[in-house]
Design a protein around this ligand. Structure first.
Ligand code: 5AD
Ligand code: FES
Length: 356
C-alpha cells in the first residue's frame, strides 16, 4: 500500500486532524485495500467509545410541503408531481406513542420547510412529546429558521437539531441550490443552533453533482473544526422529477470510506448508516455500520404517507409498518454482531483540541 496514504491514516488516527491537501489525498487515494484498513481502524475507534451498541432514532416525517427548490430533492416546490401531506398534531403524537412502545427513546421530527409549522404549532408539539415521554430526546430536522425560532423550540424542549450543510464549498453549494438559498445563511443557522445549546448534526450527500475530492476535503475539514455531535452522510440518489434526474448516483463504497474517515476525525461522533445507503444496496446499512457508523434511523411515519416523502427514487421502507422496520433493523444489526439499544443515545462530549 502507498506509504504516504498509510502515514495519513496514522496521522488521522493519532491527531484527529489533517490539512485540506491531506484530506484530498486521502479521498483521491481510495482503494479497496485502504478502505478495509480505514474500516478496521474506525471500528476499533468506535468500539472504544460505544462497544457494539447501535443507537436507534425513530424518524417521523411530519410534512412533505417545502418552500425551497433544491435541485437534488424530490420535495422541491417545482415538483408538481409530488403528493403533499402534513401530519396533524394527533398523528405525530400517535407515531411517538407507537415508537415508544417499540423501544424508541429519540424521535426525529423531519420535514420540508413548511410555513404551516409555525413556532407556536411546533413548540406545542415538542412540549406534548416531552411531557408524555420525559425520558425521550426530541430531535428536529426542519431546515433553515431564524435564531429566535431555534431558541423558542429549544426552550419548548427540543434537544437536538439536524441540518446538513450539504457541502462546505460555496460554489458547489450554489450548484446544488437555487439562487435564493445562500451558503452563508446555512452556516449562520448551524452556528445559531450551536449557540442556542442544541446537540447539532451537519452532513452531506456523497456523489452529489459537482462534488470533487476538493469539495469533499472541505467537508471533512468542516466537520473536524465545527465539531458537530452528529453527522449524516448518504449517497446522492437521483429523483426523476428534479433537474438532477439523469445524474449518476453516489457510491456505497465511497460513503463507507468517508464514514470511516469521519469516525477517525471524531471517535465519539454519532454517525447514522442512512436510509439512502440502504436504498442503493440491500446491505448498505450493515456495510455503513461495519465502516464506522453507530446509528440507524428507522421510519415511524404512518404507512399511508411514506411514499409521499420521496426525497429520491426507490426509497426503502415505504410499505413496512414501524414495528417491521424496527425488527428488520434488529436482525440486520445482530447479523453483523451489533446490538440495537433502547436508550436516548446521547452524544458524548467531543474533546476540544486542548483536551487531547
Ligand atoms: N439523494 C440523497 N439524499 C438526498 N437528500 C435530499 N435529496 C436527496 C437525494 N436526491 C438529503 C439531503 C437532505 C436530507 C434530508 O436528505 O442531504 O438534507
Ligand atoms: Fe424498514 Fe428493513 S428497516 S423494512
Amino acid at each position: 500500500m502507498n506509504e504516504h496514504l498509510l502515514s495519513l491514516v496514522r496521522k488521522l488516527k493519532e491527531t484527529h486532524s489533517l490539512s485540506l491537501a491531506e484530506y484530498r489525498a486521502l479521498v483521491e487515494g481510495q482503494t479497496p485495500e485502504l478502505a478495509a484498513l480505514l474500516a478496521k481502524e474506525a471500528d476499533e475507534a468506535r468500539r472504544a467509545v460505544y462497544g457494539n451498541e447501535v443507537f436507534v432514532r425513530g424518524l417521523i416525517e411530519i410534512s412533505s410541503f417545502c418552500k425551497n427548490d433544491c435541485r437534488y430533492c424530490g420535495l422541491r416546490r417545482s415538483n408538481g408531481q409530488a403528493e403533499r401531506y402534513r401530519l396533524t398534531e394527533d398523528e405525530i403524537l400517535s407515531c411517538a406513542r407507537e415508537g415508544y412502545g417499540l423501544g424508541f427513546r429519540t424521535f426525529v421530527l423531519q420535514g420540508g420547510e413548511d410555513a404551516w409549522f409555525t413556532d407556536e404549532r411546533l413548540c406545542a408539539i415538542v412540549k406534548e412529546i416531552k411531557t408524555e415521554f420525559p425520558d425521550c430526546a426530541v430531535t428536529l430536522s426542519l431546515g433553515e429558521r431564524s435564531c429566535e425560532s431555534y431558541l423558542a423550540l429549544y426552550k419548548a424542549g427540543a434537544d437536538r437539531y439536524l441540518l446538513r450543510h450539504e457541502t462546505a464549498d460555496e460554489e458547489h453549494y450554489a450548484k446544488l441550490h437555487p439562487a435564493e438559498l445562500h451558503f452563508e445563511n446555512r452556516m449562520r443557522c448551524l452556528s445559531d443552533l450551536r449557540k442556542v445549546g442544541y446537540a447539532v448534526g451537519c452532513g452531506f450527500m456523497v456523489g452529489s453533482p459537482g462534488q470533487t475530492a476538493k469539495t469533499l476535503a472541505k467537508d471533512l475539514k468542516f466537520v473536524e473544526t465545527f465539531r458537530p455531535e452528529m453527522c449524516g452522510i448518504g449517497p446522492f440518489i437521483p429523483h426523476h422529477a428534479t433537474p438532477f434526474a439523469n445524474e449518476k448516483p453516489g457510491s456505497v463504497e465511497q460513503t463507507c470510506y468517508l464514514l470511516s474517515v469521519l469516525r477517525l476525525i471524531h471517535p465519539s461522533l454519532l454517525l447514522p448508516a442512512t436510509t439512502a445507503l440502504g436504498t442503493l444496496d440491500a446491505r448498505g446499512r450493515e456495510k455503513g455500520i461495519l465502516a464506522g457508523a453507530n446509528v440507524v434511523m428507522p421510519n415511524l411515519s404512518p404507512v399511508g404517507v411514506r411514499k409521499k416523502y420521496e426525497l429520491y427514487n426507490g426509497k426503502i421502507c415505504t410499505g413496512e409498518e414501524s414495528a417491521q422496520c424496527r425488527d428488520c433493523l434488529d436482525l440486520r444489526m445482530k447479523s453483523i454482531g451489533y446490538r440495537v439499544v433502547v436508550s436516548r443515545g446521547d452524544p458524548k462530549p467531543i474533546p476540544r483540541k486542548g483536551d487531547l
